[in-house]
Ligand binder design. Structure first.
Ligand code: NAD
Length: 540
């Protein structure tokens, strides 16, 4: 009989499921801290919590029994995941439970903006019957842009289609085919979307790419009278730009549920005409709370009775022998994944991996998972790791095929990845020098030898005299220092590729200046982890 402790208040439906689960007993003990929490945790096989209890390293110290902790909800900041990993305890969360409630909240805000619900009610409270002042706008027939087509973004798109809206979407990990099936018109860049839309709703995590997605330069591109909604994360819209856009009349409405600093009671947008805001209520419905509770119980009971792991946010370290044997190549695979995602920032539909030489006889599934984790890193709300990465790529309709050839090529071991997006194909090959020096050894079919780390520039060009000098001079003018350069070509005078390892990240102007040089056909800036910097699941 496995036993479960419920550490925070949980929806009754979750407790009912625990009651009904065969082979499981449970106790609800809330408000535990310090040694009481440590002593309690040592007596159970599994724990369910929400955000109340703080499961620290001390509370897990010496625990020989606990096997899993499930957070009913998304955020796991209240659990010391590194300590759990060290003790071999799996930590899982329930990222999908909030999806529908948050999607509905986005739609509610869109409609509230369109029909001036909040100010119209306010005017009634103030004793006015202002029918003329609150002329609204119908959403049917209008165009909604959805940035981020993950769980919530897709649910919003589906609902907007139901409201007879036209839906344009942008997500680097959405394939054209899947978008078409869903009735979404996939757009290649956010900038292209902006002049076409009457409403914008964002549903991405907050990352370097999505921070200030709408800022001063984007105001220019927006269609006049646009309405913007953010139920994802504060900071995706630059608030100063929103104020500017509302004042100038370019933006007709702004609806926010999230803020850069929360709790937030003082904000320049609060009280401005055309604004409606809520205090992070996206997931605040009874159904969402019930759904995270039942999902948490399902995850924990499945794990305790069958060993199945889903939605793990930490993963037990690989066994030391496998890690030792494969760490260097797992790092190469992960870096090639990061490179592939940078080189093909949207529309990726398939990845074909070929393992050659010594690594072809190793656990190549693990290498493919490391590659997938590199591709998706930072793009999703939940952490991506060796356990979940492959499945997450596949669930986005991105095909991953692997092939092994034990015969040695030019190196004792190497891996090649060919990525496809529409009609575009790109190929990269990597290997390991020594035990821990990842190297890029081919781009498309051109051999070279470049560091696979830090800031890089890959530029495709015609092999004519003077190119290398022109690139060096141009970067010099933009203050970019070149640490190392490698060039590969099919034949003298033919197509060639150059790879630069740089001391810092080049500015967009510097890259544009390189692209503008004669005989250069394409230049891609790529930012990989520094040499020796490993993702947490690989650090061991
Ligand atoms: P998800 O991981 O399912 O989807 C995120 C999507 O964003 C992915 O499809 C990813 O490919 C895409 N993406 C990543 N970078 C992108 C970029 N630069 N441009 C365009 N798309 C990009 O996450 P989800 O569960 O749908 O959550 C979406 C957001 O909603 C998150 O920020 C989450 O924290 C937030 N959220 C808010 C509430 C609330 O109460 N307001 C509740 C739940 C979730």
């Amino acid at each position: 009989m496995a036993s479960v402790i419920v550490l925070d208040k949980l929806a009754q439906e979750g407790l009912d499921m625990l009651d009904a689960a065969p082979g499981i007993t449970y106790e609800v003990i809330t408000g535990l801290t310090g040694t009481d929490l440590r002593d309690a945790l040592a007596k159970f096989d599994g724990a369910i919590c929400r955000s109340g209890v703080k499961i620290t390293a001390e509370s897990l110290e010496g625990n020989r029994r606990l096997k899993a902790i499930v957070r009913a909800g998304v955020g796991t900041d209240n659990i010391d995941k590194a300590a759990a990993t060290k003790q071999g305890i799996v930590v899982m969360n329930t990222p999908a439970g909030n999806t529908l409630s948050t999607a509905e909240h986005s739609i509610a805000l869109m409609l509230a903006l369109s029909r001036n619900i909040a100010p119209a009610y306010q005017s009634l409270i103030e004793g006015r019957w202002d029918r003329g002042k609150f002329m609204g706008t119908q959403v049917a027939g209008k165009t909604l842009g959805v940035v981020g087509l993950g769980r919530i973004g897709l649910a919003v798109a589906e609902r907007a289609l139901g409201l007879e809206m036209r839906v344009l979407g942008y997500d680097p990990f959405m394939t054209e085919e899947r978008a078409q099936k869903l009735g979404i018109e996939l757009i290649a860049t956010v900038d292209e979307m902006l002049p076409q839309i009457d409403y914008l709703s964002v549903h991405t995590p907050l990352t370097d790419e999505t921070r200030n997605l709408i800022d001063m330069p984007q105001l220019e591109k927006l269609k006049p009278g646009v309405r913007l909604i953010n139920c994802a994360r504060g900071g995706i819209y630059n608030e100063a730009a929103l104020v500017e856009g509302l004042k100038s009349g370019k933006i007709a409405g702004v609806a926010l549920d999230v803020y850069p600093d929360e709790p937030c009671t003082d904000n320049p947008l609060f009280g401005m005409p055309g604004v409606v805001c809520t205090p992070h209520l996206g997931a605040s419905t009874e159904e969402a709370q019930t759904s995270v509770a039942t999902e948490a119980v399902e995850l924990l009971t499945a794990f305790l009775t069958t060993g199945a792991i889903r939605h793990a946010v930490n993963i037990a370290s690989l066994d030391p022998k496998t890690l030792e044997a494969l760490r260097g190549y797992l790092d190469v695979a992960y870096r090639l994944g990061r490179l592939a995602a940078s080189a093909q920032p949207s529309g990726l539909s398939s990845c074909h991996l070929v393992y050659r030489g010594e690594i072809a006889q190793q656990d190549t599934k693990l290498l493919t998972s490391a590659f997938s984790a590199g591709v998706l890193e930072g793009a999703l709300t939940e952490p991506v790791n060796l356990v979940n990465a492959g499945m997450m790529l596949q669930s986005r309709g991105i095909e991953v095929v692997e092939e092994s050839n034990a015969e040695m090529g030019a190196f004792r071991a190497s891996m090649t990845v060919e990525i496809t997006a529409g009609k575009t194909k790109q190929k990269f090959a990597g290997t390991l020098f020594g035990k821990e020096m990842p190297r890029l050894v081919a781009v498309d079919d051109q051999r070279l030898e470049a560091y696979l780390d830090g800031s890089m520039l890959i530029f495709h060009h015609q092999d004519v005299p003077g190119i290398i000098g022109a690139v060096g001079t141009t970067f010099g003018e933009h203050g970019v220092n070149i640490a190392q350069m490698a060039v590969g070509r099919t034949k003298p005078g033919g197509e060639a590729v150059g790879v630069l390892n740089l001391d810092g990240e080049p500015s967009p102007e510097a890259i544009r200046a390189i692209e503008a040089l004669p005989h250069i056909t394409r230049a891609q800036a790529v930012c990989l982890p520094k040499a020796g910097e490993l993702p947490s699941w690989l650090a061991g």
